[in-house]
Write a protein that binds this ligand. Structure first.
Ligand code: ADP
Length: 362
């Protein structure tokens, strides 16, 4: 083959490779094979890479790769990347990267060492794609699993308490407790029904984005709901006296199971976060056209600066007594109350105790 024909063919092939790279929906980047920040230079990027990072041609060529990394880039992932590449192995991983305007996003990197001659690595060839949306969906799923777990925990906790009492009565063969035992069995039955309801709802909602916050409102006897929660909580926790005061005396349009969940959560928190106290007060009152429920404890309280954050998801104000805490309870409670057009708030003094209140329109 003549030299000119061969050159023409090679040029055409190069053009084809360049066009294919530019039309790829993934970003492509080639650097030299230096592994420290300061000498790893960018030699080639395709159009999609510019689109992903917001840089313009030729703002990246000859520049340091360091500019794509930042404070949220996980150093452990960078260390793994270097380890793999220095051993001549591929790297596949996700990390936070930074665009030209400083905004962060998740990129998935698939990097291969390239040896152009004599088997020595001369370049690194990377294929990248933006996986931010996928990661947000995955985090959302994790959150929904947390919420469901939290919802299932409430009836399971009272069931555990009831089983323990019944077992004790059986062991003691104390038949004078027969009436009580029947009452406990009825409570167990209603908790099991609640679990079945939650599970069904979970199965129905797996395709929907929100879980556990859509209220199914019916006229309910709020006073009765509160009495029932107190009864359940007393069985599961016998460390505190729960003193109730006041009543509404009228039906309230609400989702019984959801409101039970809110009251249970506030009440069990009041107990959990006041390990040195032995009582909790509950007040139910009408104010204008609202029902107000207040739960007061004499426990550790919450510092002022943390009170605003307490209803955020996954927020935990203290690490004490938190082995099974998720930081989701108050977030779920506030979502449920908000979906009932009500309000939820806290007044608290560190070291003295807290009053959690919520309102429901009448
Ligand atoms: P969890 O109790 O599962 O951690 P919550 O959302 O119910 O989650 O509560 C969030 C945080 O708020 C808790 O970790 C705790 O630090 C704080 N907290 C909630 N209720 C009280 C209370 N009654 N007294 C003091 N701190 C509380």
């Amino acid at each position: 083959m003549k030299i000119t024909t061969r050159k023409r063919k090679e040029r055409r092939l190069l053009e084809l490779i360049k066009n294919a790279a530019d039309q790829s929906s993934d970003g492509i980047l080639i650097t030299n094979a230096k592994l420290n920040y300061h000498s790893q230079k960018i030699l080639y990027v395709n159009k999609q890479f510019y689109a992903l990072t917001g840089y313009k041609y030729p703002e990246l060529i000859g520049k340091n790769i360091h500019r794509l990394l930042g404070s949220k880039t996980n150093p452990k992932i960078i260390a793994r990347l270097r380890r793999n590449l220095s051993h001549g192995e591929n790297f596949l991983g996700r990390m936070v990267n930074y665009r030209k305007d400083g905004s962060e996003f998740y990129m998935e990197w698939d990097i291969s060492p390239v040896s152009a001659y004599e088997g020595k690595t001369t370049h690194f060839f990377s294929i990248v794609r933006d996986v931010s949306e996928q990661i947000t969906t995955e985090n959302g799923k994790q959150e929904r699993i947390g919420i469901v777990g939290h919802e299932l925990k409430t009836p399971l906790t009272s069931l555990k308490g009831l089983v323990a009492i019944l077992k004790k009565h059986m062991v003691e063969e104390n038949y004078s407790n027969k009436k009580k035992n029947i009452e406990y069995l009825a409570l167990m039955e209603s908790e099991v029904e609640r679990l079945i309801g939650l599970t069904e709802e979970l199965l129905n909602t797996t395709r929907r984005k929100t879980i556990g916050v859509r209220p199914d409102k019916q006229p309910c006897d709020l006073d009765c709901i509160i009495r029932q929660v107190i009864k359940n909580v007393k069985i599961a926790y016998n460390t505190h006296k729960i003193k109730r005061r006041g009543k509404i005396g009228t039906l309230v349009s609400c989702d019984k199971d959801r409101i039970m969940q809110v009251v249970t959560n506030l009440l069990t928190n009041a107990i959990k976060y006041s390990p040195n106290a032995d009582q909790v007060f509950m007040t139910i009152e009408r104010e204008n056209n609202h029902a107000i429920i207040k739960i007061q404890d004499f426990g550790m309280g919450i510092p002022k600066e943390k009170q605003e954050k307490i209803f955020e998801r996954f927020y935990r104000a203290t690490d004490k007594n938190q082995s099974v805490s998720t930081g989701l309870g108050l977030y779920i409670a506030s979502e449920i109350v908000r979906n009932h057009d009500g309000k939820i708030w806290v007044e608290s003094t560190e070291g003295k105790g807290s009053v959690f209140s919520f309102s429901l329109p009448l």
